[in-house]
Design a protein. Structure first.
Length: 121
């Protein structure tokens, strides 16, 4: 699995892109200046880095995502479970529920998800 980690500032910047795409790189610089207090050069530097990671693209001054926000966070979740729990979702759930009780709605949602998965397999 490709490591597409982003720091906190990069994540906030990415959220601006995901929320406004497609957008011009100049509009992105303006928005990141207003929301993050960044200079234009900082915005362009971070955009270049995220484009090099394959998360976004800047084609003729128009910025769009190559990976949706949902895909990105799904990949991050999968990577976390793989690295910290040897890829075992049951081990992750056991650790998660050791400190946080699931309410009946959450338990039912998990059951529904498992049943849907079984039907698809």
């Amino acid at each position: 699995m490709t490591n597409l980690q982003m720091g906190t500032a990069e994540s906030r910047f990415a959220d601006i892109i995901w929320s406004h795409e497609p957008l011009s790189s100049s509009d992105l610089a303006r928005l990141s200046g207003a929301e993050l207090g960044w200079k234009k050069t900082t915005s362009y530097t971070v955009l270049k880095r995220l484009c090099e990671k394959g998360i976004f693209q800047n084609c003729k001054g128009t910025v769009t995502s190559l990976i949706s926000r949902e895909e990105y966070y799904s990949m991050q979740s999968e990577q976390f479970v793989e690295e910290k729990f040897g890829g075992s979702l049951p081990a992750f759930l056991a650790a998660f529920t050791a400190r946080k009780r699931l309410d009946s709605r959450e338990v039912e949602e998990l059951r529904r998800m498992v049943e849907e998965y079984k039907e698809e397999s």
